[in-house]
Write a protein that binds this ligand. Structure first.
Ligand code: SPV
Ligand code: MN
Length: 623
């Protein structure tokens, strides 16, 4: 027996030891042995994906207080600490070897220094805890998209969340034997008080793309801890960049067109900008809502959902706007609610839930009552803005039949969306791949939201909605996206959408349900079944087509005035946007492809000409 297995045997029960030994992977043995020595767990549990093992973790989450039962069967609630409610961008860093420069937009720390710091924090950190060792598969099993991944964590909540969010991977690891290119995650919630991480000042999330490993410590919030979510995404972007495919912050959705046709879209939206609710639109079918791998196969683009569950925003979920999510999370199903309010009778409450607003209950601040303030004098809301629900896709009645297809789904359209009050029209089609990647994806801007710590409502550059997750220089990432479109037989059509356009009074110009219409229109465009209007920054719908779609699908009258107000070309705003984006790309560092400046420059010239001829705001009827 090798020395690694020896260490594992000394620290595990016989049953747990054999679960690891049976995988017959020397790299896994080495990794586990190394971290047993660093973390020195009080006990170890190895999960082999059997129902018995999953049940053990579910029960542990209740026993150790990381979750509590709610009134409805299968529902539990988890609270993160008051200051641990969102992704901590400041303390999420890449460990970079000396001499490597990732550009100024990426948060980095010298690899040696960072390693020393985080492993210092992790030393003996599990001495009074159980270490859960879990195996997952990112993407469908037995597929060329699949990436096996291992998670070490001392949080039963994190372990339980991952059971809901990821495909089991123990069998995939066994099948691959001595395979070494899997992703690795090491997490500890650190010292707990009332089942909540206390040392948030020592919260760190450090990522090492060279060794495909992510460390996360002194935090519980899912976006900082659920290794296979945004942490794996950073490793995925790095790997994809070397192997000529894409890892994207995208949903995957089947849009149902005429004659039972299904056209698949992927869509990239920043956090809290309508990505999940688009992926859950009634009448369409969901493959995934957050992360996709895209590959070129036989000159076509195919996508899979990296995950198998949803970690979705719960605020404002109501039966009218999000009927399927509503139905799913108000019925008996296995669901973890996080950072909601628990009413005195054990019911879940979140801001925007229909019904009476409770006056008191339990939330992430402890006992809560209306008007409660935190130590800085800020009013504490009943549920947190970033409160979430975690559920497996199989609980949804709108799951697409290809959700687990190892070959993925063929992508017909790609959508980029942001939170933009005053510039982009509600839906716009790019002229071609390069134009879409540059003027829509790479130029995406969005107002900040409560999904990350810090001020909200600030307009930020967020290329492909992926800025927070890039692990390679921005310019290189844009270039890879451009190259991905080369040599495709039928490149997916690229669109942008904007659900957040506002009028002079600050009121939204669109209803939440309008997105259903934009999707149907895009689907028809892909099949060349409707005409469009060229407004010099791309194509928009013709009024008559929208009127018909609003009538057919929403049974609503769509007036010409509304169309003009929503789709008028805002010329000065569009020019300013191009100026902002051009300036950013001039400063981001090396590797920005020249074509970016050319496409943006040409678009600006067209806009300037239009401004001279037709003024600042131009009705779509004038084109
Ligand atoms: C997001 O913020 O984009 C999410 C949740 O999907 S998190 O896991 O925090 O990234
Ligand atoms: Mn996301």
């Amino acid at each position: 027996m090798g020395k690694d297995l020896e260490i594992i045997r000394e620290n595990c029960s016989q049953g747990d030891y054999y679960k690891i030994a049976d995988i017959k992977n020397s790299h896994i043995n080495k990794f586990i042995a190394k971290f047993i020595k660093i973390l020195t767990p009080g006990s170890i549990f190895v999960c082999d994906d059997s129902k018995k093992d999953f049940d053990y973790i579910r029960q542990k989450a209740l026993d150790d207080g990381e979750e509590r039962k709610l009134n409805i069967e299968g529902h539990t609630v988890h609270f993160d600490g008051y200051y641990d409610q969102a992704r901590d961008k400041e303390r999420t860093k890449f460990l970079v070897p000396k001499g490597v420069y990732l550009g100024k937009n990426l948060n980095t720390i010298d690899k040696e220094t960072g390693h020393k710091e985080i492993l210092g924090f992790m030393k003996n950190i599990m001495h009074d805890k159980e270490l859960y060792i879990m195996f997952f598969c990112l993407g469908p099993e037995n597929s060329e998209f699949a990436i096996p991944a291992i998670q070490l964590t001392d949080s039963s909540y994190v372990a339980h969340s991952e059971i809901l969010l990821y495909r089991p991977g123990y069998a995939e690891f066994k099948r691959r034997g001595d395979y070494k290119d899997y992703f690795q995650f090491v997490h500890s919630a650190g010292e707990l008080k009332n089942a909540v991480s206390v040392n948030v000042d020592k919260r760190r999330i450090y990522m090492d793309t060279e060794d495909d490993i992510v460390y996360s410590v002194n935090t519980q919030y899912g976006g900082n801890t659920i290794g296979h979510k945004k942490l794996a995404m950073r490793l995925g972007i790095n790997r994809a960049s070397k192997e000529h495919w894409l890892t994207e912050h995208m949903f995957v959705l089947g849009v149902h067109g005429p004659n039972n046709r299904v056209t698949y879209f992927t869509g990239a939206f920043p956090s809290m900008c309508g990505k999940t609710s688009t992926a859950m639109i009634p009448g369409e079918t969901i493959v995934g809502d957050d992360i996709a791998y895209l590959k070129k196969i036989n000159k076509m683009v195919y996508a899979v959902n990296v995950e198998i569950g949803i970690f979705g925003i719960i605020q404002d979920i109501n039966p009218d706007d999000d009927p399927i999510i509503w139905e799913t999370i108000t019925q008996p199903n296995e669901i973890i609610f996080s950072n909601i309010l628990v009413k005195e009778n054990g019911d879940a409450y979140w801001i925007g839930k229909p019904g009476e607003v409770p006056r008191k209950g339990i939330n992430h601040s402890g006992e809560w009552y209306q008007g409660k303030k935190d130590e800085k004098g800020n009013e504490i809301t009943s549920s947190h803005k970033n409160a979430r629900f975690t559920v497996n896709l199989k609980n949804l009645r709108n799951i697409d039949k290809n959700y687990d297809n190892p070959d993925g789904v063929e992508v017909g359209g790609i959508i980029y969306g942001g939170r933009d009050p005053d510039t982009m029209v509600p839906v716009l089609e790019a002229y071609d791949w390069d134009h879409g990647i540059i003027s829509m994806g790479a130029s995406l801007e969005s107002e900040t939201t409560a999904a990350t710590l810090g001020k909200t409502g600030v307009r930020k550059f967020n290329p492909m909605s992926n800025m927070d997750f890039l692990s390679i220089p921005v310019g290189k990432y844009v270039d890879i996206n451009l190259k991905f479109g080369e040599s495709l037989k039928n490149p997916p059509i690229i669109f942008s959408v904007n659900y957040f356009l506002k009028d002079k009074n600050g009121d939204f110009l669109n209803e939440k349900t309008d997105k259903r219409i934009w999707l149907k229109w895009m689907e028809l465009r892909i099949h060349q079944e409707v005409e469009a209007v060229d407004i010099d920054i791309g194509f928009i719908p013709e009024y008559e087509d929208l009127k018909r779609l609003f009538e057919d699908i929403l049974k609503k009258d769509y007036s010409r005035e509304t169309y003009i107000e929503q789709f008028k070309l805002r010329v000065p705003e569009n020019i300013s946007k191009i100026d902002r984006i051009t300036k950013i790309y001039k400063e981001v560092g090396p590797g920005v492809p020249d074509i970016l400046f050319q496409i943006l420059g040409d678009q600006k010239s067209r806009l300037e000409k239009l401004k001279q001829e037709k003024g600042d705001h131009i009705s779509p009827l004038e084109f």
